[in-house]
Design a protein around this ligand. Structure first.
Ligand code: PLP
Length: 378
């Protein structure tokens, strides 16, 4: 089955008992066991038919064998990090989601895990960070907010050579654009609150695995920790996923249009977009991505105030988050990345003038007119 068809017919796409073409929302905490241990489901934390349907679907989409749905991307990430024990060392991309940075620094370090952050585009830097205690490499590509692209297959191969797990947060690309498990990675995860859900109406997270031992361990942790996705949200997520291809095609073509427009703006100092042929990551992006994603960031000339730009837009919504039908714009230094100390932010290349844009599915003419309004206000 082709990817676009899997979105609609993959996983469990209809109710096996009634044939309903939309899997019903099974609001039940427990299930009747006609004989002890004989029921398909026992208790909804351990398994629920609506959740199971969307879990099977995301496994199909990522080319994995098992999917797990969580109450948020953060719950998914915490559960994956729970694979590790005190004393373990992990290598983490230096440009990860702000909430992941917070989880690592304020929670996981207290539990005795240690971390080294590296630019995962640099294989030698990864190799240099490996210690006898290192257990995994965790990264995002494209990254947030600078859209750096890491060569997934190369890192997966390096990880395997050193007996380390490789884990990719695939939120920014979506499985329409790239599928890390097919490039050799062990675990892929998402904040499904973004492209997978797609409609700014659900907070959810997913994890997909391929290997049977890892599948068993993640399943165990999902049930033991309990951060599961509820039936109603599972249904909303599946409903959202059905239109992923339709949405992504609109997102991708709008992003190209906005990129070309921004290239001609004198107020723009720099554009971060993997589809820019001048971008040093362009060749890797072209190799592993199907389209270049629908996120782009740009820096205004030094001294220009990004607040004046974003607060006068009328179509593009000033908001955190991404991957929605609505175009969403934000200033990382003041919003998504404000928890990161300024000197670390600057060292990682996130200037105060940086603006991040999640390109929506509106008519591109309205988006261009809106950006024009922002520039006029500077
Ligand atoms: C939003 C996001 C998360 C966290 O997901 P939530 O659903 O908000 O908990 C993790 N990683 C990335 C890349 C994100 O954009």
């Amino acid at each position: 089955m082709k990817f676009d068809t899997k979105l609609i017919h993959g996983g469990v796409s209809e109710d096996p008992t009634t044939g309903a073409v939309s899997v019903p929302i099974y609001m039940a905490s427990t299930f009747h066991q006609t004989q002890i241990g004989q029921s398909q489901y026992e208790y909804s934390r351990s398994g629920n038919p609506t959740r199971h349907a969307v879990e099977a679907l995301v496994a199909d989409l990522e080319g994995g064998t098992a999917g797990f749905a969580f109450a948020s991307g953060s719950a998914a990430i915490s559960t994956v990090f729970s694979l590790f024990s005190a004393g373990d060392h992990l290598i983490v991309g230096n440009d990860v989601y702000g909430g992941t940075f917070r989880l690592i620094n304020s929670v996981l370090k207290r539990f005795g895990l240690t971390f080294t952050t590296v630019d995962t585009r640099d294989l030698a830097a990864i190799e240099a960070a490996i210690t006898p205690q290192t257990k995994a490499i965790y990264f995002e590509t494209p990254t947030n907010p600078l859209l750096h692209v890491t060569d997934i297959a190369a890192v997966a191969q390096l990880a395997r050579a050193h007996d380390l797990l490789s884990i990719v947060d695939n939120t920014f690309a979506s499985p329409y654009v790239q599928r890390p498990l097919t490039l050799g990675v062990d675990i892929v995860l998402h904040s499904a609150s973004k492209y997978l859900g797609g409609h700014s109406d659900v907070i959810a997270g997913v994890v997909v695995t391929q290997d049977s031992e890892l599948t068993e361990r993640i399943g165990y942790l999902q049930n033991a920790i309990g951060g599961i996705l509820a039936p109603q949200e599972s249904w909303l997520l599946q409903r959202g996923i059905k239109t992923l291809a339709l949405r992504m095609r609109a997102h991708l073509s709008n992003t190209e249009a906005l990129f070309h427009y921004l290239q001609d703006q004198p107020a723009v100092a720099k554009i971060y977009y993997p589809g820019d042929p001048e971008n040093p990551d362009y060749a890797v992006a072209q190799k592993q991505m199907h389209g270049f994603g629908a996120m782009l960031s740009f820096e205004l000339q030094p001294g220009l105030d990004p607040v004046k730009f974003v607060e006068h837009l009328q179509v593009i919504t000033l908001a955190e988050s991404l991957g929605a039908l609505e175009s969403l714009i934000e200033i990382p230094a003041k919003m998504t990345h404000s928890a990161i100390p300024r000197e670390i932010r600057l060292a990682n290349g996130i200037q105060d003038e940086l603006i991040r844009l999640s390109v929506g599915a509106e008519d591109p003419a309205d988006l261009l007119e809106d950006l024009e309004r922002g520039f006029a206000n500077l």
